[in-house]
Ligand binder design. Structure first.
Ligand SMILES: Cc1cc2nc3c(=O)[nH]c(=O)nc-3n(C[C@H](O)[C@H](O)[C@H](O)COP(=O)(O)OP(=O)(O)OC[C@H]3O[C@@H](n4cnc5c(N)ncnc54)[C@H](O)[C@@H]3O)c2cc1C
Length: 527
């Protein structure tokens, strides 16, 4: 490897960039991978990811009695995506995903030494729009961090390791174009201000999405609530999306995002507005800022995340409350990501199962101690008092909360044969699938168990569903629909393929796997 030039230059050392680098090395190429982070953050967002993946027709599904096929998955995918007629490449990527995920993600990662949990969860079942007909959500032992570490380790011991160069701490500002071909990129070492140029026959943009840039999020989501948390990272700022557009590339569907409904400020924030995304408890009551139950159709997670965010965004205030008790929290409360799931992250099966069976009191206690948005109280009166104290105003009316909770409890007390509440119906439905039953409480009156808990939540950003438009070889397409010579885009930067493979909604967990598929497609095409 000489000077600054290698065959391939990859911008972004997230999971998409790492997989692309691995595959290009395998193909005998020389590779430079440049990232703005320092080397302790190699792997980008996947370092913090939960590690859930929508996979279709796997041996694990078969073992659990789930009959899934690419045809069924495609039909679900199309229903959720609501593609427009012009979405040719997103649709082709959706087809490729459902066809390839078993072989090119599930088995491939097994071959790389990774393992999945022996359960498949059923998420995004659909509300008014049909979603996953069957459970598809596979979880990696080791979480996203294990996935990253696996590729970092494979690259470190690769027989052609000397043909890979990492450059950290460098922000790429522009692409370099010569004679109509992209021949590399240029940027600045942020610590020193030194200008650097990286040249290669092929440049792969793997810079992630735009959802770490709240200004851009608002630009593309005019109905966003007045307060949102950042559940991505500020380096996912969409700068390279703009650069690609300036060089003639097409960027589509940035209005489609995969944000989450239940964010709280990260108690140990790494950056401004840093949010944690809670997995909302199905058995909690979801109340507006005055304490009224949001309805008439109650908010219950696991059916249509996109719809939940849209409904929360339309509320009068940019926050809402989840009210529950410790019994519910111990069984159902979770936080998405590697950080708050140490047993999954460290692949510790027995402690993990103990928490599943006996309740995750550790995490509930941790949040009680660390977050002022997680309020624990012995009585409803005290709970409401402290909810208002957090707001610094008497927004929450005790009568509203009492009415919401007692109304729900009365319904529960009538017994399953007379339950007449959509949340209860959904809980019953969730509990019918064994993996979800383990994490969903049998309904019991809320006020029968103390202490009570109230969690103040806001919308938290996460993934960009849209992005740089690419063909099935991950080549960046121009506005005229032609590949731009020398330029590829993979992972979230490419909207996980085609500039928006999931359309309007994801079946959930289509992201890490989408990074693997798009990165492998690029490397195969480059050869
Ligand atoms: C807490 C959390 C949990 C998640 N859980 C899941 C899950 O369970 N399942 C799932 O499928 N997905 C999950 N995701 C989403 C998933 O992690 C991301 O979609 C995926 O990791 C994106 O990978 P990427 O390589 O495309 O981009 P990124 O990980 O965003 O990496 C892009 C890299 O490019 C660098 N970069 C950006 N701009 C520049 C520039 N101008 N110059 C140089 N470098 C630049 C960044 O520093 C970064 O390292 C989760 C995300 C988070 C935050």
């Amino acid at each position: 490897m000489t000077g600054q030039s290698t065959d391939i230059v990859i911008i972004g050392a997230g999971i998409a960039g790492l997989v692309a680098a691995h595959e290009c090395l395998e193909n005998g190429r020389t590779v430079t991978i440049v990232d703005r982070h320092d080397e302790t953050r190699v792997g980008g967002l996947a370092r913090t990811a939960f590690g859930g993946m929508a996979l279709v027709g796997t041996s694990l599904q078969k073992k659990l009695g789930i009959r899934d096929t690419p045809e069924l998955a495609l039909s679900d995918w199309r229903s959720f995506a609501e593609f427009g007629a012009e979405d040719i490449w997103p649709q082709r990527w959706a087809e490729a995903y459902v066809e390839q995920s078993a072989e090119r993600v599930y088995h491939w990662l097994l071959d790389k030494g990774l393992r999945y949990m022996p359960a498949v969860n059923w998420v995004e079942r659909g509300d008014f729009v049909p979603g996953n007909s069957v459970p598809r959500y596979h979880l990696l032992w080791g979480t996203g961090l294990g996935l990253v570490q696996n590729f970092v380790d494979h690259l470190a011991v690769h027989p052609r390791r000397e043909h890979l160069r990492y450059v950290f701490g460098c922000r790429i500002e522009d692409l370099v174009e010569e004679g109509g071909r992209v021949v590399g990129c240029r940027g600045e070492i942020e610590a020193t201000g030194e200008q650097r140029e990286f040249r290669g026959d092929t440049t792969i943009v793997a810079t992630g999405g735009i959802n770490g840039n709240l200004q851009k999020v608002r630009e593309h989501w005019p109905a966003a609530p007045a307060e949102i948390l950042n559940g991505s990272h500020p380096f996912c700022d969409g700068h390279l999306h703009d650069v690609v557009e300036n060089h003639g590339g097409r960027v589509t569907h940035l209005e489609h995002m995969w944000n989450y409904a239940a964010g709280i400020p990260h108690p140990q924030a790494h950056f401004d507005n840093h949010g944690l995304s809670l997995i909302p408890c199905k058995s909690a009551l979801w109340l507006d800022h005055t304490g009224r139950r949001i309805g008439p159709h109650p908010l219950v997670t696991g059916f249509d995340t996109n719809d939940m965010c849209a409904r929360l965004a339309a509320l009068e205030k940019p926050w809402s409350w989840q009210v529950l008790n410790w019994r519910i929290a111990a069984k159902e409360f979770a936080i998405s990501g590697a950080e708050h799931n140490p047993h999954i992250r460290e692949s510790r099966f027995l402690p993990f199962m103990k928490e599943i069976l006996l309740g995750n009191h550790r995490l509930v206690r941790q949040m009680q101690q660390e977050s002022d948005h997680f309020i624990v109280a012995d009585s409803l009166e005290e709970l409401v008092e402290r909810m208002n104290a957090l707001d610094g105003a008497d927004y929450v009316e005790f009568a509203n909360v009492e009415h919401s909770v007692r109304g729900f409890d009365d319904n529960v007390r009538r017994g399953p044969s007379q339950w007449n509440d959509d949340q209860l119906r959904r809980i019953q439905h969730a509990r019918a699938w064994k993996s979800d039953r383990l994490r969903t409480c049998a309904p019991k009156p809320l006020l029968d168990f103390r202490p009570l808990i109230a969690i103040k939540v806001r919308v938290v950003t996460r993934k960009s569903l849209g992005g740089i438009q690419t063909d099935l070889e991950s080549r960046v397409l121009s506005r005229a629909g032609e590949p731009i010579p020398g330029l590829y885009a993979v992972g979230e930067a490419a909207g996980f393929g085609g500039g928006g493979a999931s359309g309007k909604r994801s079946l959930e967990g289509t992201f890490l796997s989408g990074c693997v598929l798009t990165a492998r497609a690029a490397a195969d095409a480059i050869g």
